[in-house]
Design a protein around this ligand. Sequence first.
Ligand code: ATP
Length: 308
Amino acid sequence: MITVRVPAKVNVQLGVGGLRADGFHDLANVFFAVGLFDEVTATPAEGVMLSCTGPDAAAVPLDDSNLAARAARLLAAHHGLAEPGVHLHIAKAIPVAGGMAGGSADGAAALVACDALWGLATPFETLLELAAELGSDVPFALLGGVALGRGRGEILDALPVAGTFHWVFAVADGGLSTPAVFRECDRLREEAGTGSSEADVPTPDADPALLAALASGDPVALAAALTNDLQAPALSLRPSLADTLRAGTEAGAIGALVSGSGPTCAFLAKDAESAAAVAAALRASGTCRTAHATHGPVPGAEVSAPRP
Ligand code: ATP
């Protein structure tokens, strides 16, 4: 039995370029891995089997569309294994369709877990390539830490970070579909008269002030530099998120933004004590389902030590 722990991400910068001819958007995407984890446990079985537990388990598909199952089959095909055998159990703590890349995290964890279970010793570079085939956010869940993603997000460069930042995540009731939020982004750009195509929108780039804040470990500077081009479309689709953002800020958060495509809201706190207070205030505010205080950056998908 192999258990792999894998973190959620928040995008501290998410710059969205114009709509490309292939239907994707160019992104300047600074991924930040935080201490909210799924655990994927692989045990020997016949065929690829899935199970899932956790508060959002009912929303997780247990068929071949699940990214963990797709990862197992992709790794097996890469190594020419005709009949892969594994039972993957997902202990899910990352909100589903929450803008924290939980499905991608499970895909990355399944790659690492099956690689260990089947004794394949696949080079990390190859796992990263297989991850990119599964989806734009999957390579980062392998890498962890903080990284700049370009292209669709799958071309990654690790970024230097000093110290630890303290975060709070307010989990909403229900999810938001990432493609729907991108479509709303395009619609709002058209409505504003700026246009939404590649020719209309400048190619986004990493913000030097944000990179400097990460490298110096300065939470106030990072809070000032947080940006997410998907925040306005997420708020347009789910206006009540403005109440959540306001509740966290009033409770003392130094920065607030929608996480990725939402609807989870992310708050930066000045220290661990303040993060605990912001989480408690959010839970009491009635503007979210629950709130978690945590920290980051944390490492990517890794095999956990067996429990005694
Ligand atoms: P992102 O931030 O990468 O856009 P997200 O965090 O908003 O993603 P996910 O939790 O990754 O959203 O799930 C999006 C959809 O993917 C789900 O609604 C579900 O149908 C599907 N899915 C496939 N595999 C998984 C999985 N292992 N866990 C959760 N959802 C999965």
